[in-house]
Design a protein around this ligand. Structure first.
Ligand code: UDX
Length: 431
């Protein structure tokens, strides 16, 4: 089937490449000409394991093309996915101006029937607005349907999550739209949930906010464990064995960041308020998440007493391992706070050093290795749990540090082993 993708960010690019992988013919367009040139040159605007090879393969097979206008996208694809950004507004709600603008372009280009599909994460009832815009700007009699097909991809695992999803959610209003999307996703052989448009939109916000809730919940448990002398990793293990709870997303630490959870939780709270429900639980999820960083910075101060003038090594800057994405990164937040207190930061990240550089400004030196960052450091902070940091030669690291103190913000290291190596070692919610 011919499919068009409008917006080649993480969602659009990965979705387009995976649909092409599964045999469809895909056209990806983007208003950012530079990005399209980049893609046409075979370069990836985002780091995602396996994406470059996948895009190269499906382009060679002639099933994935880049470039053109939104009108070209409507002319090419029977299904047109809207994958444009929905950034937060100052009040926390979702800015839908890109969605509205693209919907107008689609409307004006409508000739034959088209199925317009929201893939970007949008607040409930956005589909209604899209339908109204299409009806308002399309020529009389133009035939179309609107559907919601939210993405559930995690950065660093986006291809896996797209090719092998736990479920495909189809929010449709007509049988015709349902049949088209069932045909589109038949090659994916994944469980398909067909529901109405509004429920599909809500599934996304409700799922992401619930995952964020799980993380804040275990971070609250970590606070209790610290006071009680218990271990949050042991508590999480015991909880996770209950198959109604499950072990995932119960890792205590600096909390969540990234371009999704913070935005989605705030947007969900905002749309709920608009609908007349004050989602206080989500406000508490955000408060606990912010507190996790405060607690960690206070831990550093407890260890160093005076932060000003001290040399601190920061291991990890990305918001999570296996990505170069530093958006809303808890690691960057902690580094910035300590630099603001006058510490001399020496930061290293396997992939996010450059992306973080402009975010961090003066008081932070970006180093080329963990060893370099730790050289002469009064303490080392593990802020993102890259596998590389677990495998470091910590005995060697100890010899180059000014003082062997390690504060582990992601419970990535083994306390017994670190103390055997002679480190003063502290982590989150563990003795
Ligand atoms: C998330 C959702 O998982 C995905 O389904 C949705 O489509 C987009 O948002 P992503 O933000 O890419 O994906 O990363 P994810 O792996 O979910 O981690 C989000 C944040 O939570 C990271 O900062 C991570 O460090 C943190 N996290 C995750 C924890 O602090 N503890 C955990 O146990 C798990």
């Amino acid at each position: 089937m011919n499919v068009s993708i409008i917006g080649t960010g993480h969602v659009g690019l990965v979705t387009g490449a995976c649909l092409a992988e599964r045999g469809h013919r895909v056209l990806c367009v983007d208003s950012d000409e530079k990005k399209i040139r980049f893609l046409r040159a075979g370069r990836m605007p985002i780091y995602e394991p396996g994406l470059e090879a996948l895009v190269r393969r499906v382009r060679k097979a002639g099933r994935l093309h880049f470039g053109g206008t939104n009108a070209d996208a409507v002319a090419f694809g029977k299904v047109v996915f809207i994958c444009v950004p929905t950034p937060p507004t100052p009040s926390g709600g979702a800015d839908l101006s890109y969605v509205e603008g693209v919907s107008r372009d689609i409307a004006r280009a409508l000739e034959d029937y088209r199925l317009v599909v929201e893939k970007s994460t949008v607040p409930v009832r956005t589909g209604e607005h899209v339908r109204r815009v299409l009806a308002k700007y399309a020529r009389k009699g133009a035939a179309f349907d609107v559907a919601s097909n939210p993405e559930f991809l995690r950065e660093g695992a986006a291809i896996e999550d797209t090719l092998h999803p736990d479920r495909i959610v189809l929010g449709v209003e007509t049988r015709r739209a349902e049949m088209i999307l069932r045909e589109l996703y038949r090659p994916f052989r994944a469980p398909i949930l067909v529901t109405d448009l509004k429920s599909a939109e809500l599934i996304k916000h409700a799922s992401n906010s619930f995952l964020a809730l799980k993380i804040s919940y275990i971070n609250a448990i970590a606070e209790i464990c610290e006071r009680a002398g218990a271990s949050v990793t042991e508590v999480a293990r015991g909880m996770g064995l209950d198959r109604r709870i499950g072990p995932e997303f119960l890792r205590a630490g600096l909390g969540y960041g990234g371009s999704c959870f913070p935005k989605d939780v705030a947007a969900f709270e905002a749309i709920s308020r608009e609908l007349g429900y004050h989602f206080r639980l989500l406000r508490e999820v955000r408060r606990i998440n912010a507190e996790a960083r405060d607690r960690f910075v206070r831990k550093v101060e407890e260890e160093l007493w005076i932060v000003r003038g001290k040399t601190i090594a920061a291991l990890g800057l990305s918001f999570k391992p296996d990505t170069d994405d530093v958006r809303e990164s808890p690691a960057v937040d902690v580094v910035r706070r300590l630099a603001a207190k006058g510490a001399r930061l020496r930061a290293y990240d396997p992939r996010a050093g450059e992306p973080a550089r402009e975010l961090l400004g003066g008081g932070v030196t970006i180093c080329g290795s963990a060893l370099e960052a730790c050289t002469g450091a009064d303490c080392a902070l593990l802020l993102t749990e890259w596998e590389e940091f677990r495998r470091l030669d910590w005995a060697r690291i100890r010899r180059v540090m000014a003082h062997p103190t390690v504060l582990d913000g992601r419970n990535a290291l083994d306390p017994v082993r670190m103390r055997e190596l002679g480190f003063t070692y502290r982590s989150v919610g563990r003795p």
